[in-house]
Design a protein around this ligand. Structure first.
Ligand SMILES: [Zn+2]
Length: 114
């Protein structure tokens, strides 16, 4: 008889997650050549939970470095938690094009939307 082991639920930490940084020494804006300050944790990138192996990038409305979103004019996600094991993002994530995966990241776990 089959049983469901909830501890086998997919974790963000299984999907090769990395925090995304931006700017820093040597980085200039193409518009006017101004230097771009270094930012840390402006978003997270991880392998698509569906297994299609394309990367998912999710920019935060509240980056890890405490400053505002790096591209405020674009969609951002609200972040709670500052480790891959505790990360919760809102609202849900829906991939546009490709596999069209739709789901949530809650407490570092992957939850597929119905
Ligand atoms: Zn996918």
């Amino acid at each position: 008889m089959a049983s469901v082991d909830l501890t086998q639920r997919k974790r963000l930490s299984d999907l090769n997650p990395i925090w995304i940084g931006a700017g820093g020494p040597g980085i200039i804006r193409t518009l006017d050549g101004a230097s771009v300050p270094r930012r840390e944790g402006v978003g997270v990138m991880f392998d698509c939970p569906c297994g299609c192996e394309s990367p998912c990038y999710v920019p935060f409305s509240n980056p890890l470095d405490g400053d505002g979103p790096i591209q405020p004019e674009k969609a951002t996600w609200s972040r709670m938690g500052d480790t891959f094991e505790t990360l919760t993002l809102a609202p849900s994530i829906r991939r546009v094009g490709g596999c069209a995966w739709h789901g949530f990241i809650q407490d570092g776990g992957i939850v597929n939307a119905g």
